[in-house]
Design a protein. Structure first.
Length: 202
């Protein structure tokens, strides 16, 4: 397998704007912000902060909502790239210098990465590609009477009930799917194709 390309953070217009905002932030509160983002980085469907927490952050750092979101998105992007490349602190430091992150903010980010980076990498490795996982399958057949008075044929419908768990929230939900004979046959053929491709990989 070819080695992953080296981490490169590009100084795009939005990155420049975010870095200016980050550099102006209070360094006293900044490390806690980084810690929370790193703790939640592997959760695909959950934000690092609730709406109420975002309101508190806006007040604490004297930011507008759009500015706060840009900062959070940029820090998240930098850390996700660091996870993807499993980057060493020295290489990350070079990239942070390239985008002109101030020394104190860069030091805080490097400290958080050195402490929690490997744990974040492991969490990413362990998570599944999709946040939902099929747990149960139930089914039943329904006979639906034709609407037309002249037609006396019954239309059989297959109903699948899928029990799906959410990896991030640990909740379970039920998904109902209804098929007529042709739709079920097409669905079956797709599953056969998927199964054949899985078999070819094992």
């Amino acid at each position: 397998m070819a080695a992953a390309a080296a981490l490169v953070l590009r100084e795009t217009p939005s990155m420049k704007k975010a870095v200016l905002l980050i550099n102006a932030m209070d360094i006293g509160r900044f490390p806690r912000l980084l810690t929370r983002i790193l703790q939640k980085l592997h959760l695909k469907t959950e934000s690092s902060f609730s709406e109420e927490e975002e309101e508190k952050l806006k007040a604490a750092f004297s930011l507008e909502k759009q500015e706060l979101h840009l900062i959070l998105e940029t820090i998240t992007y930098i850390l996700e790239q660091a996870v993807y490349h499993n980057v060493k602190p020295a290489a990350l430091q070079q990239q942070l210098e390239n985008i002109h992150l101030s020394h104190d903010k860069a030091e805080a980010l490097l400290s958080a990465w050195s402490t929690m980076g490997q744990e974040a990498v492991e969490k990413f490795r362990l998570r599944s590609l999709a946040p939902h996982k099929l747990e149960t399958v139930e089914w039943q057949l329904n006979l639906q009477m034709a609407h037309s008075a002249q037609a006396k044929l019954k239309s059989p419908q297959a109903v699948l009930q899928l029990g799906v768990s959410n990896e991030d929230t640990k909740s379970m939900q039920k998904v109902l799917m209804e098929f007529n004979q042709k739709e079920l046959f097409d669905f079956y053929n797709k599953l056969e194709t998927i199964q054949a491709q899985l078999d070819s990989l094992t």
